[in-house]
Design a binder for this molecule. Structure first.
Ligand code: PMP
Length: 402
C-alpha cells in the first residue's frame, strides 16, 4: 500500500508488544498504565448516566458543539477553580476525547515536520509517538527526583528554539517525579522570557497520597505576569474517574484554542455527548471528592506495599524514590552483586517467573537509560503486589538463558 511518509516516524509501541504476553495464565502485571477497574464508581456513573437520559435526552444523544457540552465545560471550569486556577471561564477550555486527543490537537496545530519539541527524558510514550507522527524532532530534557532540571531546560530552549516544551509536572508518567514549586515558577518565567509554549499534561495531579503537590503551572500562572499567554494545560477524568468515558480537556490561549477546535471539528466533530452529559451530571452530583478520597487511599496503600516489597526483595539491586502520588514506581537497576542491570533483560526473565512490568527504554526519545523500569502499583491488590515483587526478586537472581 502507498502509505503516508509520516508512518516511517513511528513504530508499534514496545509496551503493546509486551501486552501480548500478558495473556499467560497466572501472570501478575505491573505493566499497564490503567487505573483499577474494581475501583470505578459504577453506581455513581450509572446514576449520572440515568440523570443525563432523564433530564436532557435530546442533548445527551444528539450531535453537539465541537467545543464541548456547555454544562460540562461549566463543571470542569469549577473543578479547575477549586484547584486554585483563577479566572477560568468555561469558554477558555474545550472538552477533548481523552487528554490523548488534546495532545494530538497540539501536534496538528503547532508542529511542522522538522520542528524541535522538548520533552522530558523519560516521558509518556504516546506523546513521543504522537508528536513524531507530525514530524517533530524531539529533544530530551533531563529530570531528577524534582522533575525537569530547569537550568538545562533553559539551555535547550536557547539552543533549539522549540515549538513547544511538553512536561508532566506532577507524578510524571513514567517517572513519578513532581516538579518543585520553585522550579514551576522558573518554568513560567522561562515561557515568558523565551516566548515558548509550555504544555502541562496533568492527568495525575489529583492522585496524591499525603500532602497535596504544589499547584499546577496553570494555577501558578496568575503569579507570573504574561505566562498564561504561553501556557497550555491538558486535564483528564481518566485516572480519577474512568478512562472509558474518554473525557479530557484542553485549556490554551484563545487563538490556539480556536485552531485546536477547528482541527477537532475535522477529526471527531465532538466528544461523545452521552459521555459528556454523564460526566457533567457526575460532577454536578458532587461525587468527585469522595471518589478522589477513595482512590487516593487505595493507591497509597498499594504504593507503600510495592515500595516495602521492593526494598526487602531486591535490596540494593534497585534504586527508586517512594512515590507520593500517581500510579508508578520508576526504578533503576544498580547491578549490585552482579544482578541484572538491564530492564529489558529483567522484563524477559520476569515473564518467565510470572510477573510483568515495562522496561524504561521506550520512554526515552534519545539516549535511553536501559537500567530503568516502570512498575504500576495501581491494578494489583496488596497481596498480589507482594507476590509479584517476590517473583521479580527471583527473576533478578535467575541466570540468563543460554
Ligand atoms: N498523558 C499522560 C501523561 C498519560 O499517562 C495518559 C494516559 N496513560 C494520557 C495523557 C492520556 O490519557 P487519556 O487520553 O485517557 O485522558
Amino acid at each position: 500500500m502507498p502509505f503516508a511518509q509520516r508512518l516511517t516516524q513511528v513504530e508499534t509501541s514496545a509496551i503493546r508488544e509486551l501486552f501480548k504476553l500478558l495473556g499467560k495464565p497466572g501472570i501478575i502485571s505491573f505493566a499497564g498504565g490503567f487505573p483499577d477497574s474494581a475501583m470505578f464508581d459504577v453506581d455513581g456513573i450509572r446514576a449520572a448516566s440515568e440523570a443525563a437520559l432523564r433530564e436532557e435526552p435530546g442533548a445527551a444523544l444528539q450531535y453537539g458543539a465541537t467545543e464541548g457540552y456547555q454544562p460540562l465545560r461549566e463543571q470542569l471550569s469549577a473543578f479547575m477553580t477549586a484547584k486554585g486556577v483563577q479566572g477560568l471561564a468555561p469558554e477558555q477550555l474545550i472538552v477533548t476525547t481523552g487528554s490523548q486527543q488534546a495532545l494530538d490537537l497540539l501536534g496538528k496545530t503547532l508542529i511542522d515536520p522538522g520542528d524541535k519539541v522538548i520533552v522530558e527524558g523519560p516521558t509518556f510514550l504516546a506523546t513521543i509517538q504522537c508528536f513524531r507522527l507530525y514530524g517533530a524532532d524531539l529533544v530530551s530534557a533531563p529530570i531528577d527526583a524534582h522533575g525537569v532540571q530547569v537550568d538545562q531546560l533553559e539551555q535547550l530552549i536557547e539552543q533549539h528554539a522549540p515549538k513547544l516544551v511538553y512536561l508532566i509536572p506532577t507524578f510524571g508518567n513514567p517517572s513519578g517525579a513532581t516538579l518543585s514549586l520553585e522550579r514551576r515558577k522558573r518554568i513560567l518565567e522561562l515561557a515568558v522570557k523565551h516566548r515558548t509554549v509550555i504544555v502541562e499534561d496533568d492527568p495525575y495531579g489529583d492522585l496524591y497520597f499525603g500532602e497535596a503537590p504544589p499547584p499546577s503551572l496553570l494555577a501558578l500562572s496568575s503569579e507570573v505576569p504574561g505566562s498564561r499567554d504561553w501556557l497550555v494545560h491538558c486535564g483528564s477524568l481518566s485516572k480519577v474517574l474512568a478512562p472509558g468515558l474518554r473525557v479530557g480537556w484542553l485549556i490554551a490561549p484563545p487563538e490556539l484554542l480556536a485552531h485546536a477546535t477547528m482541527c477537532k471539528q475535522f477529526s471527531d466533530a465532538h466528544t461523545s455527548t452521552f459521555a459528556q452529559a454523564t460526566a457533567a451530571q457526575y460532577l454536578k452530583a458532587g461525587r468527585m471528592p469522595a471518589t478522589l478520597a477513595r482512590v487516593r487511599e487505595v493507591y497509597a496503600r498499594r504504593a507503600q506495599a510495592m515500595g516495602d516489597a521492593l526494598r526487602s526483595e531486591l535490596g540494593d539491586a534497585i534504586d527508586f524514590v517512594q512515590p507520593q502520588g500517581g500510579l508508578f514506581v520508576w526504578a533503576r537497576l544498580t547491578g549490585a552483586g552482579g544482578a541484572v542491570a538491564d530492564g529489558r533483560e529483567l522484563a524477559r526473565r520476569a515473564i518467565e517467573q510470572g510477573v510483568a512490568f515495562v522496561p524504561g527504554t521506550p520512554f526515552f526519545c534519545a539516549q535511553p537509560d536501559h537500567a530503568t523500569l516502570r512498575l504500576s502499583f495501581a491494578t494489583a491488590d496488596v497481596e498480589k503486589i507482594r507476590e509479584g515483587i517476590a517473583r521479580l526478586g527471583q527473576a533478578l537472581q535467575t541466570a540468563p538463558a543460554p
